[in-house]
Design a binder for this molecule. Sequence first.
Ligand SMILES: [Zn+2]
Length: 331
Amino acid sequence: MPCCVLVSFVPLKKQSQKTIKTIIVDAGHGIMDNGGHNGAKGSYSYEDDICLAISKQLVAQLKDRFPDVRIVETRPTERIVPLHRRAEIANENKGDLFLCVHVNAMPPIHHSEFAGYKKVTSYVGKGKKRRKVTKNVPQYRRWTTPNTTTKGAETYIWGAHKNDDKEVAMRENAPMLEEENFKENYGDIDPNSPEFIALSLLKTKQYFKRSATLAGFVQDEFAKAGRVDGDVRQRGVGIWVLQATAMPSVLVETGYITNPGEEDYLNSKEGQKETALCVTNAVETYISWLQKQQQSGNNNVNVKNKNSTGTALNDTKNFLEMVERKEKKAL
Ligand SMILES: [Zn+2]
């Protein structure tokens, strides 16, 4: 009797174990009301369309790999969604992770070349002193050519030096913190109180660390896939949405539309799938990392501390000291 080995290919479903309940996928840009594109332009394609195509792949892959995680799209169609609305969608849905998908572009290279002199006649003086002056003025020919050499995928996080803005977003989204067993751990804290501000600062730092960690995992995946490994970068301009979301957030520049090879890659189904897969794999690594953090208690910002009367600690000074101690642990 022939020996028979049965191999069944069952898709691997990952349990996030509720470390992550909701992931927000944000396809950059979109078609404006006047029909125009909002993102960068390549030689034959638009950033807006590529962002949507990769985001759709990413949504499908995330749903497949993490069936118990809710995936929310900020821009589900080709139409543009204002940035503030994207942040609102992310915050209203209490996202645990914000993944922003973009395509990079290099500005054109400016050239200039001496093209000879031109006689320019003008008049100086007034009345009888008025006279004609002729000057030779150098002429330049100016033109631009596309910058086609720069390529590679890069992942951005909100700059640590700009964390003040993120902290504001944290405070504005106080109800979210309440969801995280906030009252249990911290008691009734007024969102305008120094205690709450300290807590939001702590959360901001924690989210910064998480964003940076996830961004590193995304870059690792790009490197494995043979894409040029641009570094994780901090950026303070153009990514307002990252600071407006009260959750760990990364912005992935999936490649350069101005590079012919990458424009083709990003427009191909395989390229779009592979790019989305890099992010999906990074999210899986991130979830495992987060679970380990939480199991080891590293990430536990539970500052539950009752005073002798059993009510939540409400002494500002003690509270701030406690937050500082916990912060050191959490980071
Ligand atoms: Zn963009």
